[in-house]
Design a protein around this ligand. Sequence first.
Ligand code: AMP
Length: 475
Amino acid sequence: MCGIVGIVDAGGVSIQLYYAMYALQHRGQESAGISTYDGTTLYKIKGQGLVADVFSQSLLSDLKGSAGIGHVRYPTTGANLVENIQPLNFRFKDHSISIAHNGNLVNTRELRAGFEQEGEIFTTTTDTEVIARILMDEIGKSGGVEDAVNLCMHKVRGSYSVVMMIDGIIYAFRDPLGIKPFCLGKTPGGFIVASESVAIDALNGTFLRDVRPGELIRIDNAGIRCTQIAISACRAHCIFEYIYFARADSIIDGKLVYEVRSKIGGKLFDEDPVAADAVSPVPDSGTAYAIGYAQKSGIPFIESLMKNRYMGRTFIMPSQQQREKAVRIKLNPISAHLKDRSVVLIDDSIVRGTTSKRIIDLMREAGAREVHMRIGSPQIKAPCYLGVDFPTRKELIASDKIEEEVRKNITATTLHHVSLDALIEAIGCGKGNLCTGCLTGCYPLPIEGEFGTIPHIDFVAGTYQVGLDSFEKGS
Ligand code: AMP
């Protein structure tokens, strides 16, 4: 999780970074930061909270320069500490370096121990700093960013979409398996790289393409240069981005997320049809699924739960008790839409089971006769080590329960999760190109104590360069 963005624009970048991060706010609400560079000075502001809480107009006007990067954080590695807020900034051999990362490394501990043995001191507990150390070490020796990213791709294992700024030049690279999303766009005055295409839309820009897995893109005021550093035989796009994490209006690795979710909704009806009076989503995560279900089944779509839009995600609450209370404040059932009705209720996933159980209770209290729960993902069986904040196996309700046991637990009239095959078909990029670790317990790379495959990665070096105006869509 986390959202990253990098922008080059001769007309200034701070306001654009702010809007782009605002569009990526769903990827992390714990903290936000921006670094910019104006040719001589690195400006940096970061703080805990939402983008709108951290930045004011006057602070943004202090962030001068024609290049900058930003980050919204939802911690997976590294505690909720002020020093862990990204971008991380370094002064290194007369260079100003700023770096932000979305993803999670699985070999951080050994890499960090190696550096510490050589006497290096770390100032944060993030895996991003490990990536920064590898890069700076190599840039210090060879001077070349391409060599440094090449070495980094050899050394680190895990998911990483990284945006880095060195003296006003933006570098963006993505792990060879393309686990976390990352895309490239053209804004009216320059270029942007961002976790999701909605950040490009927010700037009235044009989505060009995804940053390719294993690719390094260099952007400055003259244009961009793309270098394919590594090629993997297959990809491992995070399946949970499509299920829950990405915004429905984003295009991720060539697929509009909304379309994927509504297709899954249709498949939920095909796989286990039910005669009901209405189809309702758990807002907002279930909406696109419920629309697809309603279209396929002909059962009317109606909202039966209203969301208080001023509340954060229930997951942010640190304790189980707080989370349970929060569900009631967050959602209010519309009794007139539920009384004596049989309702198909659709959500994207069941993780701990807290939300579903509470919502079904609320719906029954409001008069629903039957609640047929339909879920846009298969059962979540295993933790995520590659960037999604999932609890341990023990806390995952489905880790040791079959669907019927979960149904009883959440007290649904019936329960059906979409099958893995139908989910993969709806996404449309093939099973071999998706990370399904949380659903199958089989990961696309070796992880200590888990079952993982070893990816085949070739290191190549192919570069092409394009000017600011000549970059064509899809090129
Ligand atoms: P629960 O089953 O109570 O743990 O909550 C599951 C709901 O939380 C799902 O329906 C999603 O909408 C949402 N959700 C799923 N995974 C995550 C996550 N990693 N972080 C935040 N929210 C999530």
